[in-house]
Write a protein that binds this ligand. Structure first.
Ligand code: LLP
Length: 440
């Protein structure tokens, strides 16, 4: 159970003080339910973790790729965080949500001229430049517009971190960023320093996802500070900002043991201070970009259980009314989730079943081994936990399923923030077949 989740006297799962069966009745299923008190708590944890370092300037930018809708961005806006966007679409959503452009950072390994134009038009806070084409294009666009733009350079520090392990890859094979080891990053620093319309603010890296330790961040910071020292001496570069990206882990299942937000941040701040001390560099502003750790645990997907198939001696399948179209992560990454039968949350979960989705694909399995009460039947509600990050944002229309609704809950109140798609929505962009002129 996460955040405000509780089991009520009627044996139902409650989120934000509301019976999930009421939510399902009112908004239908599948339904993404967000516990906004928990989102706010996570945001506060990041802010508090930095606030105690009075000598440090910092920014926490929510990585909106994890979950971006108008209401979510407004919640982030009201919390005072900055925002990371990776496409014109995410930038547009942020602007429509009234997010202050100067607090938006724009990422991506292939930003188009149109996307950069929009960013320059509204004067966003910084562009995280990823490659030479982009630097060159951006400088030309800024020159044409007689405009300056702050940039950070994304580098690959040769560290890959996932969950418990981090590895120093030595060489980098990544589609993102400028490689440090082969001199690419140095060339980029040189270019950006000379470019008349680019203001080179600092360096960015992102070492991975769902990270449960701090060593990967430590190694990345050490490597970057070593290069920053070299570039200071050789090129006169000043690292005003060090952005160490996102990737802070969350607890999807009992087997996940992430650190507290403060443990990651303490280690990051300490390492930056220490390394800057070692190299006699001024301590830069520290930026982080959490996505999953802000919204992941706050999201729960409610499904209605439909058909079942019991294959004696093999397994029992319980099918739900969604699946890989609303949560691609199990199929794509073999991601593991926990679930509970929300309408029988007080009963012993004494049967192991496989939860399948309704898409025409054998791989559409949400949970390979889920424990549910034997009494569970067609019409019961299944709540899959921790679906707040990369669920809705990676949802598809596969099999022409309509996208579920999204509802925010807090203090006994529910507010619909994305309405459920209709069949008419599904075909709204389709055009009818034109009669082609016949050949002679
Ligand atoms: N900053 C940068 C530059 C990133 O590339 C990412 C994630 C983040 C921040 C946020 O990372 P987070 O704190 O959310 O881990 N679809 C995958 C995750 C892809 C992450 C891509 N970049 C998943 O569902 O696990």
């Amino acid at each position: 159970m996460h955040g405000t989740q509780k089991i009520g006297a009627n044996g139902h799962l409650y989120i934000g003080g509301i019976d999930t069966s009421e939510l399902a009745r009112e908004f239908g299923t599948p339904l993404y339910v967000y516990d906004t008190a928990l989102i706010k708590e996570k945001i506060k944890a990041f802010k508090d973790a930095f606030a105690k370092y009075r000598q440090i300037n910092w920014q926490v930018a929510y990585a909106s790729k994890a979950f971006s809708t108008l209401a979510m961005i407004q919640l982030v806006r009201d919390s005072g965080l900055s925002l990371d966007v990776v496409s014109g679409g995410e930038l547009y959503t942020a602007l429509k949500a009234g997010f202050p452009p100067e607090k938006i950072h724009f990422h991506g390994n292939n930003k188009s001229e149109d996307e950069l134009s929009l960013a320059l038009d509204v004067k966003i806070g910084a562009i995280i430049a990823d490659n030479f084409n982009e630097l060159d294009l951006l400088e030309r666009m800024c020159a044409r517009r007689k405009q300056k733009m702050a940039v950070l350079l994304r580098v690959t520090p040769g560290v890959e971190a996932h969950t418990h392990e981090f590895i120093m890859t030595g060489h980098d094979d990544s589609k993102f960023g400028f490689n440090l080891d082969n001199g690419m990053a140095e060339k980029a620093v040189n270019f950006a320093l000379r470019a008349e319309h680019l203001e080179l603010k600092g360096i960015h890296c992102h070492i991975g996802s769902q990270i449960f330790e701090t060593e990967g961040f430590v190694q990345a910071i050490r490597t970057i500070c070593r290069y920053a020292d070299q570039w200071k001496n050789e090129l006169g570069f000043q690292m005003g900002v060090l952005n160490v990206g996102g990737g802070f882990g969350i607890k999807y299942t009992e087997n996940d043991h992430p650190l507290a937000v403060k443990q990651y941040i303490d280690q990051i701040v300490r390492t930056v201070e220490e390394e800057c001390g070692n190299h006699a560099l001024p301590v830069p502003e520290i930026w982080v970009e959490p996505g999953r750790s802000i919204v992941g645990e706050a999201g729960t997907t409610l499904y209605t259980i439909g058909s079942s198939k019991d294959i004696p001696g093999i397994r029992k399948y319980l099918a739900v009314d969604g699946g890989m179209a609303d949560n691609i992560r199990p199929a794509l990454y073999q991601a593991k989730y926990d679930a509970i039968v929300a309408t029988r949350a007080d009963e012993a979960a004494d049967e192991t079943v496989t939860i399948s989705g309704k898409c025409c694909e054998s791989g559409d399995i949400l949970i390979k081994e889920a424990s549910v009460p034997r009494t569970c039947e067609n019409g019961d509600l299944l709540a899959v936990f921790c679906t707040g990050a990369y669920g809705y944002s990676m949802a598809s229309h596969y099999n022409r399923l309509t996208l579920p609704a999204v509802v925010f809950v807090e203090n006994g109140e529910a507010s619909l923030v994305v309405r459920r798609e209709t069949y008419a929505d599904l075909i709204r962009l389709d055009l009818p077949l034109k009669t082609l002129s016949a050949h002679d």
